[in-house]
Design a protein around this ligand. Structure first.
Ligand code: SF4
Length: 401
C-alpha cells in the first residue's frame, strides 16, 4: 500500500454511486487514473463497488482500459485479478487511516423502500452479520488499537430482523457490554431509521458506559405528507420530535445528528415551513442538508411536482442559516465544561492538538482543538476544558492526560 498514485503500480477505485454527485466524483477519479493506465504508468486499474453494481455495462464499454470490474463485496474477483486467485487473510490499514477510530459494519443492504433511494437496488436485501462475528471483528479492531468503534449499516435499527426474533440492536449492545465493559474505548451509533427506534433503545444507550450518548437519526423531513410520499412510514415528524426530546430528557447533553432532504417532489412552501419549525423545536446538534436528486430507477424520480433547482437551493440556504444559529447555541452550552477527547492529531511544535469528544463523529462533525504543554500520542484520550465555542468546533486547553 502506498499513499499516492505516483508510487503505485496499480490502483483500485472503490466507487460510490447512490446519488448523482457521488457518481460524478467516482467517475472523475476513474478518468484521472485511466489517463495513467493508458500511458502505462499504472500497470493495473480496477473499478469496484456500487457504481459497478449500478452501471456495469456502461462502465465496461466506456472504460475499456480498466483491467477489473467487481461488484460490492466481490473480493474473490479482486484477488483473482491482482493476486492470481487467493484471498490474503492479513489486512493492512489504508495509508493515512487512523488505527484508533474504526468503522464496523454490522449489516449490509436494506429492506426499506424509501421512494428516492437507490441503495436497496444496489446493495440488496438486509443481511445482518451474526452477533458472534460482529464481536469477533470488534475484538480484532481493539487488538489493532481501536479506541473508537463506529457501528454502521444502511439502517442500524433494522439489525437482526433477518436473524429471527431473538436478535436486535439492543441485544447486540448488551453483548458488547458483556465483552468490553471497563475497557477504555467507546462505541458510536451512526444511521438509525427514526421509524424503528424506540425509547427502549435510547434508554439502553443513555445508560451505557461503553456507547456514547450520540445518535444519528436521519429524519429526512418533518411534514407527514412528504414523509408518506418518501415511503418512510413510522417516522412522522411528531414521533421523531418525541425521540429527540426523550433523549434530551435522559441527558440534556445528548448529541443528536440528523439529515434533511429539501425539494422532494410535491414539497410545498407549507411543508417546508413545517421543516423549519421542526428544526427550531428539536434543537439538534448537527444537521446535514441535501437537495433531492431524481435518481434513475426510483419511484420518486417519476413523481409529479418536481421542484425546480432554484427553489431547492433557496430552501437549503434557509435551513443552513437557521441550523447554524442552533448549532452554535448548542456548542455554547459546552463552554466551561471538561470533555473527554480522543486525540486525532498532535502538533506539539505549535502547541495544540485536534480531537473529538462524544459529540463529534469522525469526518462528519466538527472537532475539538486544544492547547497543550506536553505532547500526547494520537489515539490517546485527554481531558479538555472548553474555553470557546465556534459554529462547528470547540476550542479549549488540555487539563489532564
Ligand atoms: S432506509 Fe436508508 S438505505 Fe434504506 S431505503 Fe431508506 S434511505 Fe435507502
Amino acid at each position: 500500500m502506498v499513499s499516492s498514485t505516483d508510487e503505485a503500480d496499480g490502483a483500485i477505485v472503490n466507487t460510490c454511486g447512490f446519488i448523482a454527485p457521488a457518481v460524478e466524483e467516482s467517475i472523475d477519479a476513474i478518468l484521472d487514473l485511466e489517463i495513467l493506465r493508458r500511458s502505462g504508468k499504472l500497470k493495473f486499474l480496477g473499478i469496484v463497488g456500487c457504481l459497478v453494481n449500478r452501471y456495469e455495462k456502461d462502465l465496461r464499454s466506456e472504460i475499456p482500459s480498466a483491467d477489473l470490474f467487481a461488484r460490492v463485496g466481490d473480493l474473490e474477483t479482486i484477488a483473482k485479478a491482482m493476486n492470481g486467485g487467493s484471498l490474503c487473510q492479513d489486512r493492512v490499514l489504508l495509508p493515512g487511516s487512523p488505527a484508533w477510530t474504526r468503522y464496523l459494519k454490522i449489516s449490509e443492504g436494506c429492506d426499506n423502500r424509501c421512494s428516492y433511494c437507490t441503495i436497496p437496488g444496489i446493495r440488496g436485501r438486509l443481511a445482518s452479520v451474526p452477533p458472534e462475528e460482529v464481536y469477533r471483528e470488534a475484538a480484532r479492531l481493539v487488538s489493532e488499537g481501536a479506541k473508537e468503534i463506529c457501528l454502521v449499516a444502511q439502517d442500524l435499527s433494522a439489525y437482526g430482523r433477518d436473524l429471527g426474533d431473538r436478535v436486535d440492536l439492543g441485544v447486540l449492545i448488551d453483548g458488547f457490554e458483556d465483552r468490553f465493559r471497563g475497557e477504555d474505548l467507546w462505541f458510536r451509533l451512526l444511521y438509525l431509521h427514526p421509524g424503528r427506534v424506540g425509547r427502549g433503545l435510547i434508554e439502553r444507550v443513555a445508560s451505557s458506559d461503553l456507547f456514547l450518548n450520540y445518535m444519528d437519526l436521519p429524519v429526512q423531513h418533518a411534514s407527514n405528507r412528504v414523509l408518506e410520499a418518501m415511503n418512510r412510514g413510522g417516522s412522522e415528524g411528531d414521533r421523531a420530535l418525541g425521540l429527540f426530546s426523550f433523549a434530551r430528557s435522559l441527558d440534556p447533553r445528548f448529541a443528536l445528528r440528523t439529515t434533511l432532504m429539501v425539494g422532494f417532489p410535491g414539497e410545498t412552501d407549507e411543508d417546508f415551513e413545517i421543516l423549519l419549525e421542526f428544526l427550531q423545536t428539536a434543537l439538534i446538534d448537527r444537521v446535514g442538508v441535501f437537495p433531492f436528486y431524481p435518481e434513475e430507477g426510483t419511484p420518486a424520480a417519476e413523481m409529479e411536482g418536481q421542484v425546480v433547482e432554484e427553489v431547492k437551493m433557496e430552501r437549503m440556504e434557509r435551513l443552513f442559516s437557521l441550523q447554524e444559529r442552533i448549532s452554535y447555541e448548542r456548542q455554547r452550552t459546552f463552554e466551561g465544561e471538561v470533555l473527554k477527547v480522543l486525540v486525532d492529531e498532535c502538533h506539539p511544535g505549535e502547541g495544540y492538538l485536534e480531537g473529538r469528544s462524544f459529540r463529534e463523529a469522525p469526518e462528519v462533525d466538527g472537532v475539538v482543538e486544544a492547547s497543550l504543554k506536553t505532547a500526547v500520542r494520537p489515539g490517546e484520550f485527554v481531558k479538555v476544558k472548553v474555553l470557546e465555542a465556534l459554529e462547528h468546533d470547540l476550542v479549549g486547553e488540555v487539563v489532564a492526560p
